[in-house]
Design a protein around this ligand. Structure first.
Ligand SMILES: *Cc1c(COP(=O)(O)O)cnc(C)c1O
Length: 360
């Protein structure tokens, strides 16, 4: 029986990548040792990092105006690194709030800098939705604007990119990076924890416009200092080498499979299949407005929530894993990142139809 892992993060990785990593696990590039057991400054590892960066630049069409960093500390590490590096004494940062993670970023930023919170939701009891980006009202001159294009827990995605005449645009792309085409030039800093669409947890990828590196920010730990990390080639301290290796393998897999454009097409097909089924069914529901439904994380609820545990245990028996919703919102959640094939979503829909029939 094929098993499909719908975990929100750490999430499933492409099976081809996992098989190759297994093959290379104890003997990488005929060195007689694992990639985990060599110096990060060895010529073999440096070649890997160069290849990894070049691959990401091709995949996202990242110009020379940006540096790419491979850092420690995951997504939340960046919740701190962003204000530590970009703080300005006389200005507040704007944080757009559209769900749990963008609020988490505010909590961290408040420790370091002045924050203007901007609620961009339009909630009613019937529906969760986001105001059109063109209606987000920014103050005249913030130090920067932070938003989260995909709210992993709420299942809400913002498809337009906000803009501002003076303030840099910062995006937490942890759960949407590489899932669809973004024009990187519309951003000044993009960051992502790796464990959703890239590789193992712990690693964070930062794409930063070079001009932003001139900001002094606040006193900060060296490991969170963007300018220092650029100078050191992301090796101020020993980087998470195995996660970096696996990220490089995932990027190669993406390039071999048609890149971000092909992923986007497949992600649209997966999302349409699952939401289409939920909307038609009298047994399940999703309350997010159609224009801002996440293609990566699909929360859904059984109309009869007393069946939740039965649903989860039967799903597990059918090889459909990790469907329990986040503890904050309850219900179910299917995370369908790049590595999830259409066949996995089809198997889920087939199971949901069968379960509904048996319990109606
Ligand atoms: C998972 C996630 C994070 C947190 O990542 P950690 O690596 O656990 O710190 C932050 N933002 C978003 C949007 C996420 O999905």
């Amino acid at each position: 029986m094929s098993k499909y892992n719908f975990c929100a993060g750490p999430a499933m990785l492409p099976p081809e990548v996992m098989a190759k990593a297994q093959k290379e696990f104890v003997d990488w590039q005929d060195l007689g040792v694992s990639v985990m057991e060599i110096s990060h400054r060895s010529k073999e590892f440096l070649a890997l990092t160069a290849k990894c960066e070049a691959s990401l630049r091709r995949l996202m069409d990242i110009s020379d105006e940006f540096e790419i960093l491979f850092m420690h500390g995951g997504g939340r590490g960046q919740f701190a690194a962003v204000p530590l590096n970009l703080h300005l004494d006389d200005k507040a940062a704007v944080y757009c709030e559209n769900g749990v993670w963008s609020k988490g970023a505010v909590t961290e930023a408040l420790k370091f800098t002045q924050v203007t919170e901007l609620d961009v939701r339009n909630d009613s009891d019937e529906q969760f939705s986001i105001k059109p980006v063109s209606e987000w009202q920014f103050p005249a001159d913030p130090s920067y604007i932070h938003y989260c294009p995909n709210e992993t827990i709420d299942g809400i995605e913002v498809f337009d990119v906000p803009s501002h005449p003076t303030a840099p645009i910062i995006a937490d792309m942890s759960s949407t990076i590489l899932s669809r085409e973004f024009d990187v030039n519309k951003f000044d800093l993009i960051y992502a924890g790796a464990q959703k669409n890239i590789g193992p947890s712990g690693l964070a990828i930062v794409i930063i416009r070079k001009t932003l590196l001139e900001r002094q920010g606040l006193a900060k730990p060296g490991v969170f200092d963007y300018a220092l990390e650029v100078k050191q080639g992301s090796m101020y301290n020993t980087p998470p080498t195995f996660a970096w290796y696996l990220a490089a393998e995932v990027f190669e897999w993406l390039e071999q499979n048609g890149g971000v454009k092909a992923m986007e097409q497949q992600n649209i097909a997966k999302a349409e299949l699952l939401y289409g089924f939920i909307d038609e069914s009298p047994f399940y529901n999703n309350k997010v407005a159609k224009h801002c439904r996440s293609r990566m994380n699909v929360p859904f609820w059984l109309n009869d929530e007393s069946l939740n545990q039965q649903f989860l245990s039967h799903a597990k028996e059918a090889g459909l894993l990790a469907l329990e919703g986040h503890r904050i919102v309850g219900g179910m959640r299917a995370s369908i990142y790049n590595a999830m094939p259409l066949a996995g979503v089809q198997a889920l829909v087939d199971f949901m139809a069968k379960f509904a029939k048996e319990n109606s």
